[in-house]
Design a protein around this ligand. Structure first.
Ligand code: CTP
Length: 417
């Protein structure tokens, strides 16, 4: 029996270690057993930081979760229907679930669940490296439960499914496999690769929401392009969407995105815009519908064809800053930045960047009220004057509030506008 109690004590910060040990003590007092499982066990061996702890309880997890949260400064959310609870404790999120076994009524469907042992619970998991548990009961603290050779696969840098039906049961595992492989610098085990390719088309049967969730998780990786590229080489990227491309262009532009944002994690919608930039309009529409995008993402995605149409006007040799502003004012900053990263024209890029870095922030000092007090009647005339004033400001013809007032007075004097 391998015991990694010492590693846990070194790996977890003291306050989390205390909490984990308390969970073990509560479990024992209730006649239950509790384990750390999944990603955190994997990352503990790999010495990678992981702020999401998963605890599996043999028996009902909810009373244990409530007792654990009691008197502690954190937030507990329970889901009685699923026998699960999440305890947010500082930067950590601790999931407590009842050990269960799962059976899949048909490929790609959601599983039927019933309470089970820790072995059952590990068997329902995706890959051997994610199917290890560590006891946190006081008498067995640190004992490793590894029925499927997870530790040996970790040492050999392998991503391996637990059984033949794994990808059929849950085709989202295709993307999970490639994410872990690329994140950890591991490789897919031979039979796992064959099964992944064989079963990837079953992705067609899963809901748009589940598919989108996987895509979003890819985009949260440090180098999402590696996952898309690997998916393309394996011939499965088309199962995420037929029109997607994952070749070198994508990596080059994701790199540029990280540099432009000065951050290793640019806005997800910027990545998304680059991912679909080369797709035809019709296919893009289909992609948005299939993956059921909503919120900001859908606004960015729908803006792409519109911005593409607008971009040629930005190449005109004579264009004032206010002209640039009017071309771009209704477009999304993420789309515009994607356009700037993609364009071959230095002039167009310069104008897109001018808009992003300054024009979009330009505000007048005077408002309608100020103009009214200066004698401008409310209505169309005022609207036109405010617009002309903003253009003057965008073009650098007025700078201060006093400049704005002077310009309005000169217009009133001439009786124009
Ligand atoms: N899991 C699974 N099949 C899935 C999703 C999850 O078997 N389709 C299991 C794995 O054992 C995984 C655990 O549930 O380790 C928790 O899921 P998740 O939080 O998605 O995985 P992590 O391994 O924590 O992944 P990450 O490091 O990307 O957060």
């Amino acid at each position: 029996m391998i015991n990694i109690g010492k590693n846990i004590e070194e790996y977890l910060p003291p306050e989390i270690l205390t909490l984990v040990k308390a969970a073990g003590e509560i479990a024992v007092s209730r006649g239950q057993s509790v384990y750390l499982v999944g990603g955190v066990v994997r990352d503990l061996f790999l010495k990678r930081r992981n702020l999401d702890l998963d605890l599996v309880v043999e028996g009902d997890a909810l009373p244990l979760a409530r007792q654990l949260a009691k008197g502690r400064d954190g937030k507990l959310v329970t889901h009685p229907r699923f026998g699960t609870a999440t305890f947010k404790y500082g930067a950590y999120s601790i999931d407590l679930v009842t050990a269960r076994s799962e059976t899949y009524p048909e490929p790609g469907a959601l599983p039927t669940v019933k309470p089970g042992s820790i072995q059952d619970d590990l068997l329902r998991r995706d890959f051997s490296i994610n199917a290890m548990a560590v006891s946190i009961d006081p008498a067995r603290f640190g004992d490793l439960v590894d029925p499927y050779g997870g530790k040996s696969d970790l040492d050999r840098h392998l991503i391996r499914v637990l059984h033949q039906r794994s990808f059929k049961d849950d085709p989202t595992r295709v993307w999970r496999a490639l994410r872990y492989e690329q994140r950890l610098g591991f490789r897919l085990e031979f039979d796992t690769t064959t099964q992944l390719r064989r079963d990837a088309p079953i992705m067609e049967r899963i809901s748009g929401d589940r598919l989108r969730h996987e895509l979003e998780r890819i985009l949260e990786e440090d180098y999402p392009e590696k996952v898309f590229y690997r998916g393309e080489r394996l011939g499965v990227l088309r199962n995420l969407h037929l029109a997607l491309m994952g070749n070198g262009w994508l990596g080059e532009h994701f790199d540029m995105a990280r540099e432009a944002c000065g951050s290793p994690k640019p806005n997800k919608n910027l990545y998304l815009a680059l991912l679909v930039w080369r797709i035809e309009d019709e296919a893009l529409k289909n992609f948005v519908e299939r993956l059921k995008f909503g919120g900001d993402a859908v606004r960015v995605l729908r803006d792409i064809p519109l911005l593409k149409q607008a971009i040629p006007a930005l190449a005109a040799s004579e264009l004032t800053p206010s002209g640039v502003y009017h071309i771009l004012e209704h477009h999304r900053p993420e789309t515009i930045l994607a356009g700037a990263l993609v364009t071959d024209s230095a002039l167009v890029r310069q104008r897109l960047e001018l808009y992003l870095s300054s024009l979009r922030f330009v505000e007048l000092s005077l408002n309608g009220d100020n103009l009214r007090r200066m004698g401008v009647p409310a209505g169309k005339k005022m609207g036109a004057m405010l617009k002309a004033l903003k253009e003057a400001k965008l073009d650098g013809k007025v700078i201060t509030r006093e400049d704005e007032r002077k310009l309005v007075r000169s217009w009133l004097k001439k009786g124009k506008r």
